[in-house]
Design a protein around this ligand. Structure first.
Ligand code: GLN
Length: 313
């Protein structure tokens, strides 16, 4: 199937935005000082379909740092570079059932990180970026993420510095991976690249463009560039399905039924293969770190646009 017609999509966006814009459950992340300042009332919703048609509501052009959502696209980029089997050897595809920064993601299977959407596995994936130097590897990451977005993404220096100064947990995860022989490259250099990738500025509309590139066989429908091959886009969406919403991935699949990835600054990207993608931004989070309004808006859109993978009609 395909998405409903233009007017129905517009009406669904209106409803998803209007119904949840006053919902004030949840709290802005506190751990990162530069993120704690975010205006809790911001709310943006965007949808881009595989033909490149765009729909935006509210603060869909307000920029924020991509955070964990970068994990999905870096995973796709390194899979494209070294291949499905080689990546699977370095990082698994099963949910951890524990928070995203947990060390259990490493200790489960002799240091083999359980999945690329929690910090341990994401750091391992970032370590697979090719290049001779830190600068070349960063260039690979930022250029690849920018191709997904269809524009040149830039780092928010204040957030990057703030996260770098309190990065002991991620550094610990990286050193532990290295100790298990599970990390390519120098551990602290890899964490630095990971922290930079998390600090890239995007808006909800960028997330929808990045997501629709995965929904569209790896081709960005706005730039028409093939960013990754279709099987790699498919693999990435498959991993999001089981792991994209941290330890709430099962609940998300049950309630929403569409693959998605969240980040602690309040973004969500939701990917509907062959149809389109939704990007949302609202900084108030639930206790797993997922945006409360974003989740409600995604759930509403999944239902009203017929995106639920498991619904037969
Ligand atoms: N930069 C954050 C971290 O590594 C990203 C976490 C997230 O968005 N869940 O802890």
């Amino acid at each position: 199937g395909s998405l409903p017609g233009h007017d129905d999509v517009e009406a669904a966006l209106d409803a998803a935005y209007e119904r949840f814009r006053d919902l004030d459950d949840g709290v802005v992340v506190e751990d990162v000082p530069a993120l704690a300042d975010a205006d809790p009332d911001l709310f943006g919703v965007a949808l881009v379909d595989t033909a490149g048609a765009e729909h935006v509501r509210g603060d869909a052009r307000h920029r924020f740092t991509i955070q964990s959502i970068s994990k999905a696209f870096v995973y796709a980029l390194v899979c494209q570079e070294i291949g499905h089997d080689a990546v699977l050897e370095r990082v698994g595809v099963d949910n951890t059932g524990v928070p995203f920064d947990s060390v259990l993601a490493i200790e489960h299977d002799e240091g083999h990180p359980m999945n690329p959407m929690v910090n341990a596995g994401a750091i391992a994936a970032t370590g697979l970026a090719p290049g001779e130097s830190r600068a070349e590897r960063w260039d690979f990451l930022v250029r690849g993420l920018s191709r997904f977005a269809g524009r040149d993404l830039a780092v928010d220096d204040a957030v990057y510095r703030s996260e770098s100064q309190a990065n002991q947990r991620n550094e610990g995860l990286a050193l532990l991976l290295e100790g298990h022989g599970r990390l390519s490259g120098d551990a602290l250099g890899v964490v630095d690249a990971y922290t930079r990738q998390c600090s890239l500025l995007v808006d909800a509309r960028d997330l929808a463009v990045m997501g629709v590139t995965l929904a569209n066989g790896g081709v960005n429908p706005l730039t028409r560039e093939q960013v990754v091959d279709a099987p790699i886009a498919r693999d990435t969406v498959s991993v999001l399905t089981s792991t994209g919403m941290y330890e709430r991935s099962g609940e998300w699949l049950f309630e929403v039924g569409v693959p998605a990835k969240s980040g602690i600054s309040g973004g969500i990207v939701m990917v509907s293969p062959g149809k389109g993608a939704v990007g949302t931004f609202s900084p108030r989070l639930d206790d797993a770190g997922n945006s409360v309004r974003g989740r409600r808006a995604c759930s509403h859109l999944a239902r009203s646009l017929g995106l639920d993978l498991f619904a037969s009609r």
